[in-house]
Design a binder for this molecule. Structure first.
Ligand code: KG4
Ligand code: ZN
Length: 330
């Protein structure tokens, strides 16, 4: 029997709604919140208020784009966490109210699982087991994915996330928020000629706080000698920072792949939109004999499409939640 799911994502600063029919994404709409640019980062209070304003129009848009009526929805899915509590509350409350008024089952989705399962929104799909490097603004994980709903984090960051490394560097360089896409664009015009030290971290774990500090000290030193250093070398600085982050990520991913013997390798999350990372993964994959999986851009950053795809597999297993489900922040 066919199932049409309305999925809601509101964990951070993007309000998103999607319609998924039998695992296929019919529409995937995102309302970005521009307000945070003014503050150089996401302001939780601003984010929750904007979600309140955006949620109804975004859901309407998703229904219209999919050509689906409210009555056709068979289940409602929402991001339960991790994320900002005030932001999650908006999506969670909307989903509960919708499900209650139409008498529909509710499906809660873990945001990080959904980033991984975004790979099942399109072809080619990875085969199980696969490794997924999930890199976002809040998380950096290597996930061993045994099945749709069976995954284990085998490595993660001990401090900052990879996206934070991009965003915090961007703050130092005055590139606005989020800085990842800007650094990506500028890096294409630059040469990675400034080396930054790599952290010595055990196992499959990561650390990015040292990189941020060394970038800060490097720039302070250079600016003392030449106050125009950043303006004159911006593209090369961006290329160097991006290269350092990619090297840290891919070395650990290769270590995990070699240790587990897994050759199905995927990346996911906002930072997987980075063109340097996408190319470097393909190059490493060719050298290591991997099948690599890189999501389409719309499924990299936060979106409800991935929440709906994850919810579809939970629906198939009959994994529903009650009206008492509350968001979790971490
Ligand atoms: O997955 P996501 O949309 O939200 C979280 O769950 O955190 O990821 C957002 C992060 C931000 O840190 C942003 O700077 C980064 O993804 N990002 C990028 C690119 N596009 C987004 N980082 C590097 N290059 C990009 N092209
Ligand atoms: Zn995310």
């Amino acid at each position: 029997m066919s199932i049409t799911i309305l999925a809601i994502e509101s964990s951070c600063d993007d309000t998103s709604a999607a319609i998924i029919r039998d695992g296929a994404v019919l529409s995937n709409c995102v309302a970005n919140q521009e307000a945070h640019r003014l503050y150089g980062g996401v302001v939780p209070e601003v984010a929750s208020r904007a979600h309140q304003a955006n949620i109804v129009p975004v859901v309407d848009l998703a229904l219209n784009k999919a050509g689906v009526r409210k009555e056709d929805i068979g289940a409602v899915a929402f991001t339960r966490g991790p994320g900002l509590l005030g932001s999650l509350l908006v999506g969670t409350s909307f989903a509960k109210a919708y499900a209650l008024s139409y008498g529909l089952p509710l499906i809660e989705v873990n945001h990080m699982h959904a980033h991984v399962l975004a790979h099942f929104a399109e072809d080619p799909k990875p085969a199980f087991p696969f490794l997924c490097l999930t890199v976002s603004g809040g998380h950096t994980q290597i996930v061993l994915v045994r099945d749709y709903l069976d995954m284990e984090v085998i490595g993660e960051t001990l401090d900052d996330a990879a996206g934070e490394a991009f965003d915090k560097t961007g703050k130092i360089l005055n590139l606005g928020y989020p800085a990842g896409p800007v650094i990506d664009r500028l890096a294409k015009e630059g040469t990675p000629r400034f080396p930054f030290p790599e952290p010595a971290i055990a196992d499959f774990n990561f650390s990015f706080s040292g990189l941020k500090t060394s970038i800060l000290y490097f720039l302070k030193k250079e600016m003392a000698a030449n106050p125009d250093f950043i303006t004159e070398n911006l593209n090369d600085i961006c290329a160097s920072v991006q290269q350092s982050i990619i090297t840290i990520l891919l070395k650990k991913l290769r270590k995990a792949a070699r240790a587990t013997g897994i050759r199905e390798i995927a990346i996911a999350g906002g930072v997987s939109a980075n063109s340097g990372l996408r190319h470097a993964l393909e190059d490493m994959g060719a050298r290591e004999g991997w099948n690599t999986y890189i999501p389409a851009f719309q499924y990299c950053t936060d979106n409800a499409g991935m929440i709906g795809v994850a919810a579809y597999y939970k629906y198939l297993k009959g994994e529903f939640c009650g009206q008492d489900a509350v968001p979790f922040a971490r």
